[in-house]
Design a protein around this ligand. Structure first.
Ligand SMILES: Nc1ncnc2c1ncn2[C@@H]1O[C@H](COP(=O)(O)OP(=O)(O)O)[C@@H](O)[C@H]1O
Ligand SMILES: [Mg+2]
Length: 311
């Protein structure tokens, strides 16, 4: 059953030069208990998509479409109901622990505060639960670490604190935004393992520019480019049999596959290229790709691609 069913989502920001179309007509489904990876280059709209789901964007943002969570459209909820949903059911682990954690509060107090706010526990209970949470993310000495300030912790430990905070209210659906960014390989693998453990029997949307990380933990992967989804399939298929030239390029840019960068740069989201948005950088591009916007089509069961080769 679908836990999250996103239909034709468009998220745009007004700017001096026009609307920034950060998420442009995205359809996405996350089943109960499923882990979905959302990958793509920096600036393609991944974080904005995540923030649209939890409605944490500034009021001037235009959000259209539907985000059905357990059959209810999140975009229609009152702010008060949204706050409850955010605390109890959907947690977003934000992209940057250095800026998302309050530098002047001890990490234990920050987690306790979130627990008190959402679960109505007393101070002592909340503090005890915060230490439990820090233990559950395998901090070396949870009780002592709870008394430390964010700057006293390493990058990996800060990420663990972010995860503990996200999990503190026992959410059913977790959005993790670049949880392994900036970490060394060993710490990265530990964080992936921790998220795997923490999301057993839960659903997760993992946002990452790291295909290796997505492949090692997610059931499915959706590939985003310039605000749109270009391909979606099981992780195995994306890694072993990618159909879209962009996905193929993305895979060839992995260190393990030779670090071949995709030529060209990410397009403007105010005025994206005509036709297929990837055509200016695509080695397969034809006249049609320049003229006509390709539809997402199914090439095999559960494998969707937006490319004229298959239209
Ligand atoms: N608050 C905002 N106002 C205007 N533009 C924004 C805002 N947030 C993000 N953007 C723009 O939306 C696009 C997508 O950003 P983002 O979702 O952060 O990318 P990603 O997470 O894939 O790196 C970028 O071009 C970014 O500059
Ligand atoms: Mg981001």
């Amino acid at each position: 059953m679908a836990l999250l069913d996103i239909i034709k989502l468009r998220t745009q920001f007004p700017s001096q030069d026009g609307m920034v179309k950060a998420v442009d007509t995205v359809d996405l489904l996350v089943a109960e208990g499923e882990r979905l990876g959302l990958i793509g280059e920096t600036g393609c709209g991944k974080t904005v998509l995540g923030m649209s789901i939890v409605r944490l964007l500034q009021p001037t943002t235009s959000i259209e479409g539907k985000i059905n969570y357990k059959g209810r459209d999140i975009l229609k909820l009152k702010e008060e109901d949204m706050r409850r949903l955010r605390g109890k059911e959907i947690a977003m682990i934000l992209q940057n622990p250095t800026t998302s954690l309050n530098p002047v509060l001890k990490v234990g107090d920050q987690i306790a505060e979130a627990i008190r706010l959402h679960q109505g526990l007393g101070k002592r209970e909340a503090n005890a639960r915060a230490i439990e949470m820090l233990q559950s993310v395998h901090l070396p000495d949870a009780a002592a670490n709870a008394n430390q300030y964010p700057h006293e912790l390493s990058g990996g430990m800060r990420e663990r604190v972010m995860i503990a905070m996200g999990l503190a209210c026992n959410p059913e659906f977790i959005i993790a935004d670049e949880p392994t960014k900036g970490l060394d390989i060993k710490t990265k693998m530990q964080i992936v393992e921790l998220l795997r453990e923490a999301t057993l029997h839960k659903a997760m949307l993992m946002i990452t520019h790291d295909l290796g990380v997505a492949g090692s933990i997610c059931d499915k992967i959706a590939v985003m480019y310039a605000g749109e989804l270009l391909e979606e399939a099981s992780s195995q298929e994306i890694l072993n049999d990618p159909a879209h030239p962009y996905t193929q390029g993305f895979i060839n840019s992995l260190p393990s596959r030779g670090l071949l960068p995709i030529p060209g740069t990410s397009p403007s989201l105010i005025c994206p290229p005509s036709g297929c948005r990837f055509h200016p950088r695509c080695r397969m591009a034809t006249k049609t790709c320049e003229m006509k916007h390709p539809e997402m089509v199914q090439i095999e069961k559960g494998h969707l691609v937006r490319c004229h080769q298959f239209n």
